[in-house]
Design a protein around this ligand. Sequence first.
Ligand SMILES: Nc1ncnc2c1ncn2[C@@H]1O[C@H](COP(=O)(O)OP(=O)(O)OC[C@H]2O[C@@H]([n+]3cccc(C(=O)O)c3)[C@H](O)[C@@H]2O)[C@@H](O)[C@H]1O
Ligand SMILES: Nc1ncnc2c1ncn2[C@@H]1O[C@H](COP(=O)(O)OP(=O)(O)OP(=O)(O)O)[C@@H](O)[C@H]1O
Ligand SMILES: [Mg+2]
Length: 267
Amino acid sequence: MIKLPEIPQDKFKEEIVQFIKRIASEARVEGIVIGLSGGIDSTVVAYLLTEAIGPENVFAYHLSSSTTPLEDTEHAQLVAKLLKIQYQEIGIDEIAKKFLELSYIKTDETNVVKIAEGNLKARIRMSLLYYFANMKNCLVAGTGNRSELLIGYFTKYGDGACDFEPIGNIYKTQLRKLAKKWNIPKEIITKPPRAGLWINQKDEEEIGLSYDILDQLLYLMIDKKLSDEDIIKEINISPEEINMIRARVSNNQHKLQFPPSPSINKK
Ligand SMILES: Nc1ncnc2c1ncn2[C@@H]1O[C@H](COP(=O)(O)OP(=O)(O)OC[C@H]2O[C@@H]([n+]3cccc(C(=O)O)c3)[C@H](O)[C@@H]2O)[C@@H](O)[C@H]1O
Ligand SMILES: Nc1ncnc2c1ncn2[C@@H]1O[C@H](COP(=O)(O)OP(=O)(O)OP(=O)(O)O)[C@@H](O)[C@H]1O
Ligand SMILES: [Mg+2]
């Protein structure tokens, strides 16, 4: 088994905390808004925001829907209490319902409907977070980790929309190790990662690989630039799985880039 590089936890925390302080001070804002799901990514970001700017300046919103696991809501409440941050819960089902009442397009493709309506929830959350950021003179914190960002496992302009990504260069499995060393409830670290966009959605099932294997693969493929042959020597993975992840990385590049324009006036 390949070991991802160890991140010295104190150095890592200090670097991100300084990063957040700098971003907030340069933007001259009065606080930072975050969508707090009760999952590990937003919990770790809320923890780092609190360290950086103080609990009174962190505005966390739990934006639940009928497909949000009850346990996640309980975990968001627990985190808000532990960190003593500002916290509000808003249900988004009524907003999604009205949206679909006014604009539903008929189709027989049930998977298309599932993904589109799931992404709609992520974009409703994004709209609410930016509304609060405008109203309170705040920035919106991103919660994407390196594993999700590299394979494009997020909703474009949904949970992918933010003003900065404090954990964007940390793999999911590295994040779990770090969270264990901090004051983060164990049950949040050990539960399966899930987006809650539909009932029983689980990241690892949808991606088709565990984060343990995915992170080792991304590390060898992207950071170490190993050939497929060499990757297969290092980890227990098939050529088809490598191709599947390489296709995700390549097909989702557009999610990480500014929308392109023709180069008129630049020539
Ligand atoms: N080549 C290209 N160049 C420029 N733009 C391109 C494009 N191909 C597609 N697009 C655009 O991108 C859109 C597709 O992207 P998008 O709308 O994001 O949709 P899509 O990538 O199909 O779905 C989002 C995925 O992320 C997962 N997700 C979402 C939210 C949270 C989490 C989580 O872990 O919590 C996971 C979700 O379960 C789903 O698998 C297309 O409709 C099109 O507008
Ligand atoms: N119910 C929710 N309320 C508020 N924000 C949410 C909710 N669901 C998702 N989000 C936002 O979308 C982000 C992406 O979700 P994602 O599931 O990838 O992260 P997570 O829940 O923090 O961690 P995990 O991946 O381990 O479940 C969350 O970090 C959070 O900012
Ligand atoms: Mg989640």
